[in-house]
Structures are given as structure tokens and as C-alpha cells.
Write a protein that binds this ligand. Structure first.
Ligand SMILES: C[S@@+](CC[C@H](N)C(=O)[O-])C[C@H]1O[C@@H](n2cnc3c(N)ncnc32)[C@H](O)[C@@H]1O
Length: 219
């Protein structure tokens, strides 16, 4: 699913086309495009890309993938990477629900979910990226020893996610209701900057799949 498109987006997208790859056949040629020896980190719902582009800049020895379903946003992220002439990041305008069509199993060491849309109404809960039905769709991409890092300003979404990940059998570590008061190294996202400047505390956990997680999804 691709949403919204400003008039000049296709031209801007074309100008930074080096920062994406054809999704056709990507799963089969993934390790021609990416180095299997290097760590690979992926953000789902990157928005305008400040977080993942900064990580890529800070860690040239790693590879990064940004997933965002709104093309107007991902173009801005691609332009950021282009301005910095980064060589270790690619962007894909895709929905989280379709990732296993394009990426091979167990390709990612880390999956980041930052300030995911909260979908506060119960009837839309299944659209939350931390809902089990969504996690089931992208979990196959994560290496067994990998981790999912989640942060949000939204306390109800955070509480829901803690419960949901616990029920899915993940082991939760580094759980905090006030990330900025800890000494955890942190790269701010666009949303994080906005909410923390208004005094909203940032919640975060790191989730590790366990045997119970894989059993949970076998059912
Ligand atoms: C609230 S914004 C946060 C953006 C950024 N992570 C930040 O912290 O500044 C959530 C982003 O996730 C994207 N998103 C939501 N659901 C998605 C999905 N199913 N697949 C891909 N992207 C999604 C939205 O388009 C939006 O850009």
C-alpha cells in the first residue's frame, strides 16, 4: 500500500533512486545487494528518516534498511542520506505487512519501531505495529538472536505493547518509562524531538524472541 503523493515526489524519488532497489526478485538476490558478513539493522515506519540516517552515518561498518509506506516521507529520508553521501543504507516504500515477500528470513539483527502510529481505537488495534498480527508478519525477518527495539511517547500504546510482547513470549529488557533520564545511548527521531521538547517522557523496551515466541506463532 502506498499512500499520498505530492506533485513533485516522483521527480525527487528519481533523483535519489540509488538509495532504493527494485523489489522484484529482491528476496532471491538479497545477498548480492547486502553483505551477509555485516550486521543489518532495519527500521519499520521511519517517517522522514532522521533516526535511521543518523545510525547509518554513525556506523559505516553496518548496513541499514528503512521501511516506510508513505512515499512523501521516504523521499525526505532518502534525500537526507544522499546529502550525507551514505553508502550503507537503502530505503523501501513498503507496508510492514508485505515485507516477507521481498526480504529473506533471518536477514536482520535489529528491527526498530519508533513512535509507531498508536491506532487508539480498539477496533483498529490490529493495525498497531506491535500487535501480534503485525509482529507475526515481520518477525520472520529477524535473526533468532536478534532484537526488536521499541520506543514511543504514547503510554497507552506502550502498555499495550509490553503486554502483547510478553504474551508473545519475548524477553523484555531495558524497559523504561523515561528513556531520557537513563544513560542509554540514544538517537532521537523527528517525533521524539517534538514530544520530548513538550516534556513528554519517552518509553522504551528491547524485546528478544525466545523459544516461547516461536511456539506462540506455531499455534
Ligand atoms: C508517527 S510516525 C513516526 C515516524 C518516525 N519513526 C519518528 O519517530 O519520527 C509513524 C510512521 O510509521 C509509518 N507507518 C505506519 N504504519 C506502517 C506500516 N504498516 N508499514 C510501514 N510504515 C508504516 C507512517 O507512515 C509514519 O510515517
Amino acid at each position: 500500500m502506498r499512500l499520498r503523493r505530492k506533485k513533485n515526489t516522483p521527480i525527487r524519488f528519481e533523483r535519489c533512486a540509488d538509495y532504493t532497489l527494485k523489489t522484484e526478485g529482491l528476496k532471491e538476490r538479497f545477498y548480492q545487494e547486502f553483505d551477509s558478513e555485516k550486521p543489518l539493522e532495519m527500521e519499520i515506519g521511519s517517517g522522514k528518516g532522521r533516526f535511521i540516517v543518523t545510525l547509518a552515518e554513525q556506523a559505516p561498518e553496518k548496513q541499514f534498511i528503512s521501511i516506510e509506506r508513505v512515499i512523501d516521507c521516504i523521499v525526505m529520508a532518502m534525500e537526507k542520506a544522499q546529502r550525507k553521501e551514505l553508502k550503507n543504507i537503502k530505503f523501501f516504500c513498503l507496508d510492514a505487512g508485505e515485507l516477507t515477500e521481498y526480504f529473506p528470513a533471518e536477514c536482520a539483527d535489529v528491527i526498530y519501531l519508533n513512535f509507531s502510529d498508536p491506532w487508539p481505537k480498539a477496533r483498529y488495534a490490529k493495525r498497531r505495529l506491535t500487535h501480534r498480527r503485525m509482529v507475526e508478519k515481520f518477525l520472520p525477518l529477524l535473526k533468532e538472536e536478534g532484537k526488536i527495539c521499541f520506543k514511543t511517547d504514547n503510554r497507552p500504546l506502550f502498555d499495550f505493547s509490553v503486554e502483547e510482547f510478553t504474551e508473545m513470549g519475548f524477553r523484555l529488557e531495558e524497559l523504561t518509562y523515561d528513556l531520557h533520564s537513563t544513560d542509554t545511548p540514544n538517537v532521537m527521531t523527528e517525533y521524539e524531538e517534538r514530544f520530548s521538547s513538550m516534556g513528554t517522557p519517552i518509553n522504551r523496551f528491547v524485546a528478544y524472541p525466545t523459544e516461547a515466541t516461536y511456539k506462540f506463532f506455531e499455534q
